[in-house]
Ligand binder design. Structure first.
Ligand code: GLN
Length: 304
């Protein structure tokens, strides 16, 4: 435990002096206001202990990390029926690409690229008012984290809605193929709010504990689904850099353009890291580097 704390402190200290921090996302204007020098990391253990370093208590926009939680809800609600509408293959394309949608008849490659996440949100909107669904998503995340103090930043949601022409295009395109049941505005409105959930590294690390499958963690989905969500995080969690993340870090992870990454060490730990600067694939530059350092220090890997 003290060794792990020492590793986190060393990682945070190194990150603080790193000048190669990447670029903060600015296509959502509200996100561009975040201080690029922030860095936080937290490790939640099944015992309930949370170790952290740096800005681990500062809330940030989880953005695409929300796609893990909506996927868990969708699989619970629709089961394998979900896979009729979205695939489970890596796309090898940027997170907001429209390229494959045309040749693949409006069926997105996986639930973690934007098109796939929009289909997931559309699927769980069925029978719900958007406000109720957002309440359900928040309840899920709060229960997972064991923390009621998790909220949606409405300014971030409004900023993305205003500048979200690309996502609207993806949604319209899928609707033209019959793969979106609800009006585009409704789906986009819900999606930008789920992405605008804010959490600290400590909260997010705790919220990921259910994905470790470890005894004593919240039993929010079945063991089989936990394996499958982890498999998708491993193969698709970092868009066109998923293979590189798997090679360098070697564990299931999901990134967001807010600069956060949630990573699962099956059976052992849930980790959240945050540094707002992104690399050219839209993944946190210092975040993935920090995770690489953490697995080197701990020996954590898919080999157990
Ligand atoms: N809300 C963001 C978008 O749709 C999420 C993308 C991301 O985090 N990679 O563009």
């Amino acid at each position: 435990m003290t060794e792990l704390q020492a590793s986190l402190d060393a990682i945070a200290a190194r990150a603080a002096s790193d000048e190669d921090r990447g670029r903060v996302a600015d296509y959502i204007p509200e996100l561009a206001r975040v201080d690029p020098l922030r860095f936080g990391i937290a490790v939640a253990l099944p015992s309930g202990a949370v170790l952290s370093a740096g800005d681990a208590d500062v809330a940030f926009s989880i953005q695409s990390i929300s796609k893990v939680f909506t996927l868990a809800i969708a699989l619970g609600r629709l089961g394998d029926g979900l896979w009729r509408r979205v695939g489970r293959e890596p796309s090898g394309q940027p997170f907001n690409s429209i390229l494959q949608l045309e040749t693949e008849h409006g069926i997105p490659r996986n639930p973690f690229i934007n098109a796939g996440a929009l289909v997931v949100t559309d699927a769980i909107l069925a029978g719900h008012k958007p406000r109720d669904l957002l309440g359900e998503i928040l309840d899920f995340v709060r229960e997972a984290a064991g923390d009621e103090d998790i909220h949606i930043n409405r300014a971030v949601a409004a900023s993305e809605a205003e500048w979200g022409a690309r996502n609207r295009a993806l949604a319209e395109f899928m609707r033209s193929w019959g793969n979106l049941e609800h009006p585009v505005d409704l789906v986009i409105g819900t999606y930008v709010h789920q992405c605008a959930v804010e959490m600290t590294c400590r909260q997010l690390a705790r919220a990921g504990l259910f994905l470790t499958g470890a005894e004593g963690t919240p039993a929010l989905v079945s063991a089989q689904r936990i394996r499958r969500i982890n498999a998708l995080m491993m193969t698709c969690g970092h868009y066109d850099a998923s293979g590189d993340f798997a090679y360098r870090v070697g564990l299931p992870g999901k990134s967001g353009v807010g600069g956060g990454i949630l990573m699962v060490v099956p059976g052992r730990a849930s980790i959240a890291v945050w540094s707002p600067g992104l690399d050219e694939t839209g993944n946190s530059k210092l975040g993935s580097r920090a995770l690489e350092e953490l697995v080197a220090a701990t020996g954590w890997s898919v080999l157990g």
